[in-house]
Design a binder for this molecule. Structure first.
Ligand code: ADP
Ligand code: MG
Length: 597
């Protein structure tokens, strides 16, 4: 924060986006739950249900990470659960290994399998990913049933022992339940804390808008693989305790139906919250017990209940609880004067152009969207790209920051050949971007959106939460959006969303800013302040590559204009020269105007 600030108000603090659920309350509830079996006389049957719920919930928390936070479908969670369980089952019964060793083994196996499954997201998403995960689950099922010499086939593994620690055996169901709960609580704490971390923010950014996340500097493949790996590891833990708890496992405990059950539990409780996952698991395990009195029709009623809950509670059960909390949440006042000004100065000492586009082409089948363009952008200038609709402007930008790979040609940024780099690598070199159709992380807060920009690789402020938060606040102050820091982006008016998108790019310490029609959809006042903003950026030495239609804005800020038509460069130069160029007039107004000119 700026120490010279005259204001004495409190500086904005990095605040979590969650209700301030007091840690003390949480711990008291957690201990109370663990004590229930010791206070009330529960039958072994009920204790078993508790044990099942606790171990399932750990696997469901994995689903919260992969599906809830990262938005990746996973219909193979029972496979990872099963790997944990079989490692303990076969490890302790057949190989005579220590439980704790087999627990680690199970987590390791599940983690490796999760990593492999995560890698398939490199090429596949959505429905295809769903298919892949189902196949993965089916393969596991077939192997477990048919590779009987190793897995003991459909007979399963019996006689699995409870673990012991320092000679103390967890034989009593109540004590074993406490052990399961300890691991469950640790998993809840981890999954609850995760969204506020760099990787957690990156996960949510991937869920909200994968393309924008990648362009903002998030290594989206790594994030997705990490999510699958974490999810699988959690399932492995759950499976290991399940096996030791019930003493017997067989392949049908870990089949596709179980994966669907895990998915339902996740959705029912609230897909993007740790507490939701636990709620959903508890409910779905208890619900059939409650409904048993219905005898023959109980499964139908159970199914109907699940459908009704999902239809009418899209945010899950925890969504309602959280809504209640939110009502009591006060939004702290933001003292803008206390926010440090944005550190932006970009060196323009190097006389070499910051960007060289050498004969770049991008073809889509027969469409030559970009047809052999060479452009040089000088440091510290505003270089504007204009041209009729469909002339290849956006495609040029997409090739420039790696969303599309160039069909041919070479792109050199700051003396580095970036032609083959991925978008997040280019962001890591200091290329920032906004989109023609705004691409923000809609259900995240304003400041979180901008923090994702701040945390790109090689950023000069480092990785601490406080530094990233400060950087984000400075960028928001620069565009005049600091007061809205806590708002959810999707609730902002259009003009404000444009500014948040620019702030997100600025937070990432760009030396080169790509803006695709930033004035589109803005009213006159907003356009005017956008013009001021661009001039301020230019004053700091920022190089801006601008696509724009608004003539007055173009004339205000541009140093150089390049004109495209049908994917080719038809003119380039100072605004006064280019705007009167006969080919440009012709391209915009047609041949008759050309003749008249
Ligand atoms: P501009 O931004 O100048 O309006 P674009 O770069 O969006 O133009 O589009 C240039 C041409 O490339 C258009 O003919 C468009 O239809 C085509 N095009 C753009 N993106 C794709 C794509 N992903 N697949 C096929 N054709 C595309
Ligand atoms: Mg366009």
């Amino acid at each position: 924060m700026n120490p010279l600030s005259a204001s004495t108000g409190p500086a904005p603090q990095a605040r979590t986006a969650r209700p301030s659920f007091s840690a003390v309350t949480a711990i008291v509830i957690a201990i109370a739950v663990a004590l229930v079996p010791f206070v009330f006389p529960l039958t072994p049957y009920v204790l078993n249900i508790f044990m099942q719920a606790a171990t399932y919930a750990i696997a469901v928390l994995g689903m919260t990470v992969v599906l809830g936070y990262t938005g990746q479908i996973n219909l193979a969670q029972a496979t990872f659960f099963g790997l944990g369980a079989y490692a303990v089952g076969l490890g302790t019964v057949v190989l005579g290994l220590n439980f704790w060793l087999t627990l680690l083994l199970g987590i390791g196996l599940a983690t490796v399998a999760g990593f492999v499954l995560g890698l398939t997201t490199l090429r596949l998403g959505g429905h295809y990913l769903a298919m892949i995960t189902i196949s993965f689950q089916q393969i596991f099922d077939l192997v477990m049933v048919n590779w009987a010499s190793v897995t003991q086939g459909p007979d399963g593994v019996a006689g699995i022992q409870r673990p012991s620690i320092f000679g103390f055996l967890f034989a009593d169901d109540r004590v074993y339940l406490v052990l399961c709960l300890v691991f469950l609580y640790a998993a809840v704490a981890f999954v609850w804390w995760l969204p506020q971390t760099r990787i957690g923010r990156a996960m949510r950014a991937v869920r909200e808008n994968e393309l924008a996340a990648e362009v903002t500097g998030v290594d989206t493949l790594r994030v997705k693989v990490t999510a699958f790996t974490m999810s699988a590891a959690l399932a492995g833990v759950g499976g290991a305790f399940y096996a030791a708890g019930f003493a017997y496992i067989s392949p049908d405990n870990f089949n596709f139906a179980r994966s669907i059950e895990f998915l339902t539990m996740t959705l029912l409780g609230g897909v993007d919250s740790a507490f939701g996952g636990v709620f959903g698991t508890g409910l779905l395990i208890v619900l059939p017990e409650w409904l048993r009195f219905l005898k023959d029709i109980y499964l139908a009623v159970y199914g109907l209940a699940v459908i009704l809950i999902m239809v009418f509670l899209p945010a899950g059960i925890w969504g309602i609880v959280r809504g209640r909390f939110d009502r009591f949440r006060k939004t702290p006042h933001v003292d803008v004067d206390r926010i440090a000004p944005l550190e932006l100065d970009v060196s323009i000492a190097n006389p070499a152009p910051i960007l060289r586009f050498e004969n770049v082409a991008k073809h889509f089948g027969g469409v030559k969207a970009v047809d052999g363009i060479s452009i040089e952008v000088a440091r510290g200038t505003v270089h504007t790209l204009i041209g009729p609709n469909g002339s290849g402007k956006t495609t040029t930008l997409n090739v420039l920051n790696g969303i599309y790979k160039a069909t041919s040609g070479r792109i050199v940024f700051d003396d580095v050949d970036i032609t083959a780099m991925s978008p997040h690598q280019r962001a890591g070199l200091g290329i920032g971007r906004t989109f023609q159709n705004i691409r923000l992380f809609a259900s995240m807060s304003v400041v979180e959106n901008v923090m994702v920009g701040a945390q790109r690789a090689n950023n000069p402020v480092g990785t601490s939460r406080a530094a990233l938060f400060e950087r984000a606040m400075s960028a928001l102050k620069f565009v005049g959006m600091a007061e809205q820091m806590h708002m959810t982006v999707k609730n902002l008016p259009y003009g404000h969303q444009r500014l948040v998108e620019i702030a997100r790019a600025l937070a990432g310490h760009p030396s080169f800013l790509l803006l695709d029609e930033p004035a589109a959809g803005l009213n006159l006042t907003e356009k005017k302040s956008l013009g001021e903003l661009l001039k301020r950026l230019k004053g700091h030495g920022m190089t801006i590559f601008l696509i724009e239609h608004d003539i007055s804005l173009i004339e205000q800020v541009s140093d150089t204009i390049t004109v495209l038509n049908f994917g080719k460069k038809i003119a380039q130069g100072e605004p006064g020269y280019v705007m009167r160029h006969p080919d440009v007039v012709a391209a915009y107004l047609g041949e008759s105007a050309h003749a008249a000119a």
